[in-house]
Design a binder for this molecule. Sequence first.
Ligand SMILES: [Zn+2]
Ligand SMILES: [Zn+2]
Length: 264
Amino acid sequence: MRLACDPHTHTLFSRHAYSTLEENIRAASAKGLELLGTTEHYSAMLYPEDDLRNFQYYENLHVWPREVGGVYLCHGAEADIVDLDGNLFGHDIRFDYHFSGRRFKEPRLLKDIVSKECDYIIASVHDRTFARAATRAQMTRAYLGALDDPKVFILGHIGRSGLDVDYDEILIHARELGKCIEINNHSLMGPRRASSYPRCRAIAERCAELGVSVVTSSDAHISYGVGDFGAVERLLDEVRFPEELVVTRSRDAFLAALDAALGA
Ligand SMILES: [Zn+2]
Ligand SMILES: [Zn+2]
């Protein structure tokens, strides 16, 4: 199966990633990818203070060309799920002023400012503190709530997060909304593999059985990792994953699924 899109990658903006946008695009083009999604971390891990000047990156995304070197460019964010309702980072951070100093007519939420120009959002859990005392039902509901966000198209690396949830309930809700579960190459590599692999494999098997769409991604934090799907390909082969559920098989399939889910 050909995996033609990489919808989850990071650039220098994510602070613990190392390449520029241009370097990632060159890598994607050299590997023959049809679509590259740049999804910077959007969470409390970036900056210690809530200051809109730190997030102005998201207000100018329209300057990107749509296609470079044969690669269609999507821009988005990888937003942290921050509570048991499935809210995303910034949902409760309000600003009265634009970063240029102009006063807003009405206060605006960081989450709305950031997501406005995003083609889609990947919702992920990184800091699990909020989930520490949660029951299985509560944590499941958090993922369901995140899926309900109108900009969320993908649930990021739910296998790696390792939270105790009812996977079937989450997968079925994703299917109802036409949204995608991520099969993340990074989760299947290096030190993460031992704990993540069995969960990621079980999730892939259930997606196949329930007819849930998936995206495959590198989650690259350096250009050399863009389009690196070796471990994902092996996993999909092992479980004989049906190709028609892999929306990253082509740019057209990815964009059609995105349009159907978010009405972009
Ligand atoms: Zn990261
Ligand atoms: Zn990521």
